[in-house]
Design a binder for this molecule. Structure first.
Ligand code: KE4
Length: 426
C-alpha cells in the first residue's frame, strides 16, 4: 500500500508542475518521493503518515524559534482578529521598520516586500536607478531568488536541478549580469576595469549558503567594499538567509562591513511571506513615491506578517537566541566531527552559528566549483538513511541546514547517533 505522502504526490503532480510549489521540495535525485507534512511543533515535524522527524530545514530559515512558537502563533491570532489585510498604512509597519533600522546600522530606511526574491529584485532596480548604470556582478553558486537577471549560474534549486541558467531569461538580460567565482577578488577587479562606469552593483550572499555552505576568504568582503566604493558601484548584501540569524545584525555585523543595500527575508516574517530591502537613506529615497524608481506590493507590510515577524524577532532578542543557536550549533558540530573522525570519513563539515553543511568531498570547499566535487550519490544515500531514522536534513547537497532555538540537547544527541548510522551506510 503506497504511503499517503506518495498518493498525495501522485495527485499533486497532476495539477502542480512537478507536484511542488517550489522545485527544491521535489526530492529530485534522492531516490524517493517527498513526504507531505501534517503538522510541526518545536524542532519536530510529522508527515501525513504519522512519521516524526527532527527538522533541520526549518522552512528554509524562517523557523528560527522552531515551528509554531507560541509567541508567534498568538501574535498572528490577535492580528487576524483585527483584520487580515488593509492595503493601508498600519502601525506594525512602522514598528518593523524601526526595529530593522535599529538592529542593522547600515539600514537607514527600509521597505517591506513579500519574498526574498522581491527584495533582491528591488535592490537591483534601485541600484540601477540610483547609479544610472545597467550591469551587475554576482557570484557563481549564489542564489538570490528567481529574479530574471540573477538566474545566471545561480545556486539552490537552480543548481540542484542542474540548470543554473534558467530557460525564459532573455539573452539580453543575462548579458548584463557578470557572474564570477566567489572569493576571487582579482576577477572582480578585472571585471570593473573591463566595464568602467557601467557596473551598478555587486550582489552576493556574504556567507554563501545556496551551494552548500562556505565562507568568504580573509579580506574578501572588505576588498569588495573598497572596489565598489572606488568604482561608484553599490555593494548589496543578500542577507535573506543570514539576516537576524548569524547575528542580530546579520553577517554585516559579524564581518564589520557596511553594504549600501541589504536584502532580508525568512526570519523577519516568522514564517509568513515577508521580504524587505533597505540601506542608505539617499538611495532608498529614490523609490516611488519620493523618487523615480517604481516598486510596489499589495500585501507589502501586511499586518499578519508584521505581527508574526515582530513577535519572532523580539522573542529572539529577549532570550538572546543567538547564544542559544551558537551553543546548539557547536554541540552538533562537536558530535559530527567525532563521528567523521571515528568513521575516518573524508567529508567536509562547515558551520557558522546555526547554519551547517556536510559536503561529501575530501577537498576544501571554497566556491561553487569545489562544492560541485561532492558525491551526489553518497549524499542521496545519506539523506535517505537519515530520513528513514527520523532526521530531516535539507534535500540537496547544495543547500544548508538550520538549527533553531527549539532543538534540545537530546534531539541533537539523537541526530548525531542517526548521522553515525547513516554515514556508516553511505
Ligand atoms: P524567496 O523568494 O524564496 O523568499 O527568497 C529567495 C532567496 C534570496 N536570497 C537567498 C540568499 C535565499 O537563500 C533565497 C531563498 N532560499 C531558498 C533555499 N536555499 C528557498 C527555498 C526554495 O526555493 O524553496
Amino acid at each position: 500500500m503506497a504511503s499517503q505522502s506518495s498518493q498525495l504526490f501522485a495527485q499533486a503532480q497532476k495539477r502542480i508542475p512537478g507536484g511542488v510549489n517550489s522545485p527544491v521540495r521535489a526530492f529530485r535525485g534522492l531516490g524517493r518521493d517527498p513526504f507531505f507534512v501534517d503538522r510541526a511543533e518545536g524542532a519536530k515535524i510529522w508527515d501525513v503518515d504519522g512519521n516524526e522527524y527532527i527538522d533541520y530545514v526549518g522552512s528554509w530559515g524562517p523557523a528560527i524559534l522552531g515551528h509554531a512558537p507560541p509567541v508567534v502563533v498568538e501574535a498572528v491570532r490577535a492580528a487576524a482578529s483585527r483584520g487580515v489585510s488593509f492595503g493601508i498604512p498600519n502601525p506594525l509597519e512602522v514598528e518593523m521598520a524601526e526595529l530593522i533600522c535599529a538592529w542593522v546600522p547600515s539600514i537607514e530606511k527600509v521597505r517591506m516586500v513579500n519574498s526574498g526574491t522581491e527584495a533582491t529584485m528591488s535592490c537591483l532596480r534601485l541600484a540601477r536607478g540610483f547609479t544610472g548604470r545597467d550591469k551587475i556582478i554576482k557570484f557563481e553558486g549564489c542564489y538570490h531568488g528567481h529574479v530574471d537577471s540573477l538566474l545566471v549560474q545561480a545556486g539552490s534549486g537552480a543548481l540542484t536541478h542542474g540548470r543554473p541558467d534558467s530557460a525564459g531569461v532573455p539573452a539580453d538580460f543575462a548579458a548584463l549580469t557578470i557572474s564570477l567565482p566567489f572569493n576571487d577578488i582579482e576577477a572582480v577587479r578585472t571585471a570593473f576595469s573591463a566595464n568602467a562606469n557601467s557596473i551598478a552593483a555587486v550582489i552576493l550572499e556574504p556567507i554563501p549558503a545556496n551551494a552548500g555552505l562556505y565562507f568568504p576568504r580573509e579580506n574578501f568582503l572588505e576588498s569588495l567594499r573598497n572596489e565598489c566604493t572606488k568604482h561608484g558601484a553599490l555593494l548589496i548584501f543578500d542577507e535573506v538567509m543570514t539576516g537576524f540569524r548569524v547575528a542580530r545584525g546579520g553577517a554585516q555585523e559579524l564581518f564589520g562591513i557596511r553594504p549600501d543595500l541589504t536584502a532580508l527575508g525568512k526570519v523577519i516574517g516568522g514564517g509568513l511571506p515577508v521580504g524587505a530591502f533597505g540601506g542608505r537613506a539617499e538611495i532608498m529615497d529614490q523609490l516611488s513615491p519620493t523618487g523615480p524608481v517604481y516598486q510596489a506590493g499589495t500585501l507589502s507590510g501586511n499586518p499578519l506578517a508584521m505581527a508574526a515577524g515582530l513577535a519572532q524577532l523580539r522573542e529572539l532578542d529577549r532570550i538572546d537566541g543567538w547564544k542559544l543557536l551558537e551553543n546548539a550549533g557547536a554541540h552538533l558540530e562537536e558530535l559530527t566531527r567525532a563521528a567523521l573522525n571515528d568513521l575516518k570519513l573524508p567529508c567536509v563539515f562547515h558551520r557558522i552559528g546555526s547554519m551547517f553543511c556536510l559536503f561529501f568531498t575530501a577537498d576544501p570547499v571554497v566556491d561553487l566549483a569545489s562544492a560541485k566535487r561532492s558525491d551526489a550519490a553518497k549524499f542521496a544515500r545519506y539523506f535517505r538513511a537519515c530520513l528513514e531514522r527520523g532526521v530531516y536534513f535539507a534535500p540537496s547537497q547544495f543547500e544548508t541546514g538550520f538549527l533553531s532555538t527549539a532543538h534540545t540537547t537530546d534531539e541533537i544527541k539523537r541526530t548525531a547517533a542517526v548521522m553515525r548510522e547513516a554515514l556508516a551506510l553511505s
